[in-house]
Design a protein around this ligand. Structure first.
Ligand SMILES: CCCCCCCCCC(=O)SCCNC(=O)CCNC(=O)[C@H](O)C(C)(C)COP(=O)(O)OP(=O)(O)OC[C@H]1O[C@@H](n2cnc3c(N)ncnc32)[C@H](O)[C@@H]1OP(=O)(O)O
Length: 206
């Protein structure tokens, strides 16, 4: 499992964020544009070649596998490949998740064309993805890892593409298990309710 420490300071983290963040954002836009474009065939072929060339340039030097979760010496996490919050992951919406003083976690975000399931609606698996992340981050206590054991969703009504909110809070802790509840909402209220059991895995127990 790729939890690693990188010997870098905050200014280097800031430099990398400023470098990679805009690249990821333009690729994210490219995904949306690829779905929605109605330009002519020749333009599609030209853009295909340009994207192919750009991809080949990036692949000239790359890591052997996924990004992993890296930490700085100060213990700051860099989950930059994460599918929901990753700074370097263009399929991540991305979510910025804030923690209230009482431990509740919240996020406001927009899900566009790349997350469609039924027409105009968010794919149910994407709802699960977002809720798994925010419930999982809510379950984390200190530097201990926490893995989703069971995630239960109730899709109360369809979730429209567009601006959304998610929130989560710890319901209770029983030994190595943290029970978290949360929801996904649009402007009219809750669309999906979630309950999760997050577990401190045996290999991380002292
Ligand atoms: C910045 C970084 C962001 C981090 C946020 C991450 C958010 C995303 C979270 C994820 O998506 S994690 C990836 C999806 N989950 C996994 O891949 C987990 C795969 N499963 C496992 O690794 C293990 O099965 C697991 C760690 C869940 C449990 O294995 P253990 O060997 O540690 O469990 P053990 O058998 O010791 O059981 C401990 C307790 O948990 C209970 N338990 C075990 N598996 C369970 C399960 N699946 N669901 C509910 N409860 C479970 C078990 O009954 C027992 O309860 P009691 O203490 O009351 O006896």
């Amino acid at each position: 499992m790729r939890f690693t420490v990188e010997d870098i300071d905050t200014s280097e983290v800031a430099r990398r964020k400023a470098l990679y963040g805009p690249l990821t954002e333009v690729v994210r836009e490219l995904i949306d544009a690829t779905i929605r474009t109605e330009v002519d065939d020749d333009t599609i072929r030209e853009v295909h070649a340009q994207v192919r060339a750009a991809t080949d340039r990036l692949r000239a030097r790359q890591s052997d596998g996924p990004f992993g979760v890296r930490f700085t010496n100060d213990g700051d996490g860099m989950a930059w490949g994460n599918a929901v919050i990753g700074l370097r992951n263009a399929i991540a919406p991305p979510l910025t998740i804030a923690r209230d003083p009482d431990g509740t976690h919240r996020s406001q975000f927009v899900l566009g064309a790349a997350y469609e399931g039924p027409p105009g609606l968010v794919h149910g698996g994407i709802c699960a993805l977002v809720l798994d992340q925010i419930l999982g981050m809510t379950a984390l206590a200190g530097d201990k890892p926490s893995f989703t054991g069971t995630l239960t969703l109730r899709f109360r009504r369809s979730t429209p593409l567009g601006p959304l909110r998610a929130q989560a809070r710890v319901d209770r802790v029983e030994g190595v298990k943290t029970f978290v509840v949360g929801s996904l909402s649009d402007a009219d209220g809750v669309t999906v309710e979630a309950e999760g059991v997050f577990i401190l895995p045996a290999w991380a127990r002292e």
